[in-house]
Every structure is written in C-alpha cells, then in structure tokens.
Design a protein around this ligand. Structure first.
Ligand SMILES: Nc1nc2c(ncn2[C@@H]2O[C@H](COP(=O)(O)OP(=O)(O)OP(=O)(O)O)[C@@H](O)[C@H]2O)c(=O)[nH]1
Ligand SMILES: [Mg+2]
Length: 211
C-alpha cells in the first residue's frame, strides 16, 4: 500500500497532523513532551493506503553528530521503503529557519526522498510572522532545488490545512493508479480498488508533480 509519512523536529506536530488528516483525534499519540513518538507507527486508511507517524529528530543526545541527527531506522525507512509515496516534512511556522530543519531538507534532497513542506502551528503566531518565516525558509533552501518543493500550512489546533493535504494524497494516489493502468483490454480489472500492483513497481508517483 502507498505510504505517506510525517517527519520533522520533535514536537513540531507530526502526530497531531496525522490525526487531523485521518479525522481521528486519538489515532496517533500526541504529547507536549518532545521525543514522544519513538516507533514507526503505521495506520492503514480505507484498507488502501497508509499514514506513517515517525519519531522526530533533534531530541536525542546524539543530536550533536550529523550522522546521528535522527533515528537510523527512520533514515532507513525514508531511503529504502519502496512503497513510500510521499513525505510530509514538517517545520514550525512560528520559528525562523532552524539549522536542523534546513539540514534535514538538504538530506531529503540528497537522498531523493519525495517530499512537500508543511508549516505547522500557524495558530501560534500572526499571519505576518508565519508568512515571514515561510518566505525566509524558502529563501534558505532555494539554491538546492531547480523547482522549490511545494509548501503548505496547517494548524491541528484550528483544524486547518486538512483539505489541501488530503488533496495532495488524493492526487498522489491517482498518479499511482494511472501509472498502474494496464494497456487497453484489461481495463475492467483496473477499476477495482485494492488491485495488486506489480511487485517490482515502486509505489511512487512522478517526483516532479507540481503539488
Ligand atoms: N497550538 C498548536 N499546538 C499544536 C499543534 N499541533 C500540535 N500541537 C501541540 O504540540 C505538541 C506536540 O505535538 P505532537 O503532535 O505530539 O508532535 P510530534 O511532532 O508528533 O512530537 P514527537 O512525537 O515528540 O516528535 C502537543 O502538545 C500538541 O498538542 C497546532 O497546530 N497548534
Ligand atoms: Mg509524535
């Protein structure tokens, strides 16, 4: 099943955003304590796709070393999971660009991990501050990309951003479905939900999609 994963600094709001998208407040566990999510938690939606809650980075004492900036299991998941469709890379909209987040985005780019940026907790600052921080972040990473990554905002507290991000997921799923369409002739089968993909095919849509 195609997977959509949430990553970002500890406490940025990954688990909260997952719950907002799933429409179930208690699905992933949320806590004010940074470093709360410690396992890779997989939630299957409609028996067809998955939301994946990941432990954050920037909390463990290992944070001093580049190579130990975040959980090695998470790094492996992000780089080797064949059915990882898209990553939501979360950044706190209330903060000016943080070195650790910038380095993480660079890491995603270096490793060709498909991602969109999601600026979280927009309810905590004025729109002007939020826009200023987002612009500064975009400026800081602009040199690394031919086309800047798509970026979204959300507030789990105010339940904002849900439709836009569900739209991203729907579009990615549609792209996978379209890629998997067999040649004309087997068309009736292709409309069936849950149809098995070829085992070798990666469940990733075109990375250049303009989300
Ligand atoms: N004001 C506000 N608080 C939020 C928002 N999203 C999350 N929080 C709070 O931020 C804290 C951390 O939220 P989590 O969803 O657990 O964050 P996380 O990124 O999963 O954290 P770790 O699992 O520790 O890495 C909790 O106290 C949440 O209630 C938001 O949109 N607005
Ligand atoms: Mg969490």
């Amino acid at each position: 099943m195609p997977e959509f994963a949430f990553i970002g600094r500890s406490n940025v709001g990954k688990s909260s955003l997952l719950n907002l998208l799933a429409g179930q407040a208690g699905l992933a566990r949320v806590s004010p304590t940074p470093g709360f999510t410690k396992l890779i938690n997989v939630f299957t939606i409609n028996q067809t796709w998955r939301l994946v809650d990941l432990p954050g980075y920037g909390f463990a004492e290992g944070a001093k070393k580049d190579s130990a900036r975040f959980n090695q299991a998470v790094a492996r998941y992000l780089t080797h999971r064949p059915n990882l469709c898209l990553v939501f890379a979360l950044v706190d909209a209330g903060l000016e660009p943080q070195e650790m987040d910038l380095e993480f985005v660079a890491w995603l780019a270096r490793n060709s991990v498909p991602f969109v940026l999601v600026f979280t907790k927009t309810d905590k600052e004025t729109p002007a501050v939020v826009q200023g921080n987002i612009a500064a972040f975009g400026e800081s990473i602009s040199a690394w990309f031919e086309r800047p990554p798509a970026s979204f905002t959300c507030s789990a507290a105010k339940e904002q951003g849900r439709q836009e991000l569900l739209g991203v997921i729907a579009e990615a799923l549609a792209a996978i479905q379209a890629e998997a369409q067999p040649a004309a002739g087997a068309a009736e089968n292709s409309a069936l939900p849950g149809r098995k993909a070829k085992p070798t095919r990666k469940n990733r849509p075109d990375l250049q999609r303009p989300w």
